[in-house]
Design a protein around this ligand. Structure first.
Ligand code: FES
Length: 169
């Protein structure tokens, strides 16, 4: 499986990946979601070019495929940054400073305050909101390149981010 931080220009041909997902998963009931996951796992995102192929394979309209893509925040339509920082904005974390942590993350990482997440212009990092990382008892929580961290203070956030290549200082 490609790491979540993989860039599209390091991945196999996009349409080949989509066709592979269709060929191997079409037999499943409710195959659209498994296909979308398979494509994103390999490419780091679900390219626009996947939509007509998936729609045709599953006898769905393009609008239906788009609807599923936009409903689940997990799916990205463009390549992610080289690092992925997720900040939990669910209830338990909100009660313990998650919104301040989110604001700090937007400013420090140079990412837009967007509820769907955003990628810095230079592609160094993608900042995503998440809604529970399973660390509610140690909130506020965040994840850096899929490694989760609890009790994240402002200082700890800075240390975690500053340890990432491309995001020092
Ligand atoms: S609410 Fe943030 S980890 Fe569960």
């Amino acid at each position: 499986m490609t790491s979540p931080g993989a860039r599209a220009d390091q991945t196999p041909d996009e349409l080949t990946v989509v066709r592979d997902a269709i060929a191997t998963l079409a037999h499943l009931p409710g195959a659209l979601l498994p296909m979308l996951h398979a494509v994103q796992d390999r490419l780091g995102h679900v390219p626009e070019a996947a939509v007509p192929l998936l729609a045709e394979a599953l006898n769905l309209s393009r609008a239906e495929v788009h609807g599923v893509l936009s409903y689940y925040h997990h799916f990205r339509s463009s390549p992610p940054g080289r690092h992925i920082v997720q900040v939990c904005r669910a209830e338990a974390c909100q009660a313990r400073g998650a919104e301040a942590l989110w604001a700090q993350a937007c400013e420090r990482l140079g990412c837009a305050d967007d509820r769907h997440g955003s990628t810095r212009a230079d592609g160094a990092v993608t900042l995503l909101p998440v809604y529970c990382l399973g660390l509610c008892a140690s909130s506020p929580a965040m994840a850096v390149d899929e490694r989760v961290h609890g009790r994240v203070s402002a200082e700890r956030f800075e240390r975690l981010v500053a340890s990432l290549p491309g995001l020092e200082g």
